[in-house]
Design a protein around this ligand. Structure first.
Ligand code: UD1
Length: 359
């Protein structure tokens, strides 16, 4: 069996997707990106090329639920494996519009699996989430800790994992690695790539970065009455570069095992909202203004990973700490105050790449 070389990356224009594209390009993979730009920009591809030193091979503007368009992508390229990022990921939004979350996250995954099956592609790295553990009583969380999703986003990821597990059980030619990320933050140290959400950021780190540069006035801290030392939510933040490195290792190893395997990806230490606010203030040299509001629906008190399984399996260890996460997120925000949309980067991908308009 050989290591996959041509890889479809769904959601490759997004935050984790774009950093993973760079890591994969730097390690010799050929990439076919599928994205609908619903929370990303096609301008990211020139940044990916500048960072990695070579372009992605092709880019297709496709909604992941559109299996006919997806099928045409697989008809055009000889695909060895898939990394599936494309999904919606805001907890609050998922409580307001659960149907959309199931439709995109679960419907998108089943469409992809059908197309993979039809084209004889069986190796998949799936973007899962620590949110599936929900309100857990014991930290750190191991892969066999019980799943108790508390919001539709988390439930949609858990549903996908159960589907993938069934697919692997009854179609043993499939090999799936599901990576349960804790809270990926930070940016590429070059400042060329980072998190560029559309509209008001739903997540803490990009919001902090926008407050730091004066694009927003003040952070809203969602709840200070959790059973944690300072009352604010504790999360296990992990640098996006470490997450990208784990995806490359996953692809290097996906063909080795059988069935479905699941790994946590976290740093193994918890940081509260107020601790992150303080760390960000230290990175930018002035305090970040904030006001405490009520809890956000669907949120839990604390989530901290035990990532020893992935360390044992592939020797993966996070390299970056919270200070580097804040420094890099801030650098990206300073260099790109309004993200990619406002930049001079061309929309078209660099020479040699194949840009598709909506199918
Ligand atoms: C959620 C998921 C996580 C997923 C991530 C994707 C859960 C429990 N976790 O992370 O699996 O990878 O989305 O984006 O579902 N906060 C504020 N003010 C803000 C924003 C957030 O105080 O403006 C607080 C939240 O209440 C939470 C912490 O900051 O305590 C982190 O929130 P966020 O960055 O949104 O990530 P999660 O919800 O933990």
């Amino acid at each position: 069996m050989r290591t996959p070389s041509t890889v479809v990356v769904t959601g490759g224009a997004g935050f984790i997707g774009s950093h993973t594209c760079v890591e994969l390009l730097e390690h010799g993979y050929e990439l076919i990106v599928v994205d609908d730009y619903s929370n990303s920009s096609p301008r990211v591809f020139s940044r990916i090329q500048r960072t990695a030193g070579r372009p992605v091979h092709a880019v297709h503007w496709v909604d992941i639920r559109d299996r006919h368009a997806l099928s045409r992508v697989f008809d055009r390229h000889s695909v060895d494996a898939v990394v599936h990022f494309a999904a919606k990921k805001a907890v609050g939004e998922s409580t307001r519009n659960p149907v959309e979350y199931y439709d995109t996250n679960v419907g998108g995954t089943t469409a992809l699996l059908q197309v993979m099956q039809d084209h004889g592609v069986h190796d998949l790295v799936f973007s899962s989430s620590c949110s599936i553990y929900g309100d857990a009583d014991r930290m750190p969380l191991r892969e066999n800790s019980p799943a108790r999703p508390t919001n539709p986003y988390a439930a949609s990821k858990w549903t996908c994992e159960r589907i993938l597990s069934d697919v692997c059980r009854f179609r043993p030619e499939f090999r799936v690695l599901s990576l349960r990320y804790f809270n990926p933050v930070g940016a590429h140290p070059s400042g060329l790539l980072g998190e560029d959400p559309r509209g008001r950021p739903a997540n803490l780190m990009p919001y902090l970065a926008q407050v730091a540069i004066g694009r927003r006035e003040s952070l809203r801290v969602f709840g200070d009455d959790y059973p944690t030392p300072d009352g604010t939510g504790i999360r296990d933040y992990i640098h996006v570069m470490d997450v990208a490195a784990a995806h490359r290792l996953a692809l290097d190893h996906v063909h080795e095992g059988t069935g479905m395997r699941v790994f946590n990806l976290g740093a193994g230490s918890g940081t509260s909202v107020l601790e992150l606010v303080a760390a960000f203030g230290a990175a930018c040299g002035r305090p970040i203004p904030y006001a405490v509001e009520g809890r956000r629906p669907g949120d839990v008190a604390a989530l901290v990973a035990d990532s020893s399984a992935v360390a044992r399996e592939w020797g993966w260890q996070p390299k970056y700490g919270v200070a580097a996460m804040c420094r890099d997120a801030l650098r990206f925000q300073r260099l790109n105050p309004f993200g990619y949309e406002d930049s001079a980067d061309p929309v078209a991908v660099a020479a040699g790449a194949d840009v598709q308009t909506p199918e």
